[in-house]
Design a protein. Structure first.
Length: 503
């Protein structure tokens, strides 16, 4: 529940911060909607719900929710495959799943996802955004799949070089990107206006003054854009393909929101985020967005960081930003219709580039090649296939890498007087290291007494234990002194490895 502070100065600061967040959110809400292949108003509806509804709920005090570039690719694929009518049903189901996960206290477990997978996910989204929005910048219809977008850039360059509308539109997009890149070099007073708003406003003004023939955003009205899911759409939620999309929406939106919360907590000294409550809040927001047929929402780091940097103190700032979005969409809808699509595409190309963690890539390549491989594989898989498949592949690789690294085992061989051989195992003896262990044991002389010392083994899984006992039985069958196993009782099922008496 929202509690206004009694400090007028703090409330005034929250009001000013809300205006900054509103100016950042406005072009992003519209741009994400257009890039997702849905009416621009649906992005504004999600931003309004993120402010007025999620802004009042417990969880995080200062992070701001709305439509995010991170889900653009998934939404575009869902709309293309199932149609715009199904979007609301999918978002509604995803929101209900998020609520369930939050009530079951799964929020904290999202923090256990490998950082390399998350960075790979963001990098993959960034690549898809960049390659896809380059076509929109030129006013050309973008190909359907990631590989087609990549390999089609040669033809796109040729079309732009040929001049005409494509060149004009692309120039508007490039100008937008140039403003975004150069805005941070301006004096502090000029930077009071958020870069995305300034870039889009300047591109819109240049297009209008120059009379440029560039496509603009299509606007039909906020109320007309609301399309609750029909009964047939809700009935289609049982199909396997739709269930996979729902899981993808819920898991990626939850992960992005909670990672954003962790980042925002590091930016301020106020109350920390309660992850389970934040997950429920995001679920409520998405359930309502689904009921309205709007885009899915996440907590967005760009708006959240702008909120903190603008000096916000309470939830009032994010609630008020939702109110400003509502008033703008209701009172000035025509202002959205003059925005060039190329300018919004330029904003998203810039956002996509920022999602690619170039600095982290260099650091990982130097110090952690395995993590680099996970990040790169996840990103390329998302570009080549889909968001869900790429993230699943990244998670599988992260788990496999972790299992391999934690299953270290050391094998030491010593020869005692009298010809006895002592083989000492230490560490974690699992099936992943079994080939190495068996290769060492099978190379031992057949006619010598052997003692297998397992005192230093911390974990011995069933496959490894069975293989050791089979090897010992084969060695015993040669007629020599039976293998003696000693020192380990901590098997995976709690049973002890029986010690074998010598002779």
């Amino acid at each position: 529940m929202l509690r206004f502070t009694g400090n007028p100065a703090a409330l005034r600061q929250d009001a000013l911060a809300s205006l900054v967040v509103f100016l950042v959110a406005l072009p992003l809400c519209v741009g994400v909607a257009v890039a997702s292949g849905v009416p621009a108003e649906l992005g504004l509806i999600t931003g309004i719900v993120g402010g007025l509804v999620v802004g009042c709920l417990p969880g995080s005090s200062l992070q701001v929710s709305g439509p995010a570039a991170g889900l653009t690719v998934l939404v575009f694929e869902a709309v293309r495959e199932f149609g715009l009518g199904m979007l609301g049903a999918i978002v509604l189901a995803s929101g209900m799943l998020q609520i369930g996960l939050g009530l079951l206290r799964f929020g904290r477990w999202f923090r256990a996802i490998s950082v390399s997978v998350v960075q790979g996910m963001l990098a993959g989204i960034g690549l898809v955004l960049v390659f896809g929005q380059l076509y929109t910048m030129a006013g050309v219809k973008q190909p359907g799949s990631g590989p087609e977008k990549v390999f089609g850039t040669a033809g796109l360059v040729g079309e732009i070089a040929a001049g005409g509308t494509a060149l004009t539109s692309f120039a508007v997009g490039l100008g937008t990107i140039a403003v975004l890149v150069g805005w941070q070099r301006l004096p502090a007073k000029a930077r009071l206006v958020p870069a995305p708003l300034a870039a889009v406003a300047l591109a819109t003004a240049a297009t209008a003054i120059g009379g440029l023939d560039v496509a603009s955003v299509q606007v039909h009205g906020l109320v007309e854009a609301i399309q609750p899911p029909a009964a047939g759409d809700l009935a289609s939620l049982g199909s396997v393909a739709v269930i996979g999309t729902v899981l993808g929406f819920a898991l990626i939106a939850s992960a992005e929101s909670l990672f954003s919360a962790a980042a925002v907590d590091r930016m301020h000294d106020g109350p920390r985020t309660h992850y389970d409550k934040e997950l429920v809040a995001q679920g409520i927001g998405n359930t309502l967005c689904g009921a309205l047929g709007a885009l899915p929402m996440t907590a967005v780091i760009v708006r959240s960081s702008a909120n903190v940097q603008a000096g916000a103190k309470t939830k009032a700032s994010r609630i008020l930003h939702g109110l400003w979005l509502l008033l703008f969409a209701a009172l000035l809808p025509a202002a959205i219709g003059i925005i060039p699509l190329a300018a919004l595409a330029g904003v998203l190309v810039h956002a996509g580039c920022k999602l690619i963690p170039v600095k982290e890539l260099l650091a990982l390549w130097r110090g952690h090649r395995g993590e680099f491989a996970i990040l790169a594989t996840t990103a390329v898989a998302i570009l080549a296939t889909s968001m869900f498949e790429g993230v699943v592949l990244g998670l599988v690789l992260a788990v496999a890498k972790s299992a391999w690294e934690t299953s270290h085992v050391h094998v030491e061989i010593r020869e005692l007087t009298g010809g006895r051989i002592v083989v000492t195992l230490s560490g974690n003896a699992t099936f992943l290291r079994l080939p190495r262990i068996l290769q060492t044991l099978e190379a031992l002389p057949k006619g010598r007494p052997i003692e297998l010392d397992l005192t230093g083994v911390r974990h011995l899984d069933h496959a490894c234990r069975a293989a050791l006992e089979t090897w010992a039985a084969r060695h015993d069958a040669t007629g020599t002194e039976p293998v003696r196993m000693t020192g380990y009782a901590g098997t995976d099922d709690g049973a002890a490895v029986p010690a074998r008496a010598a002779g």
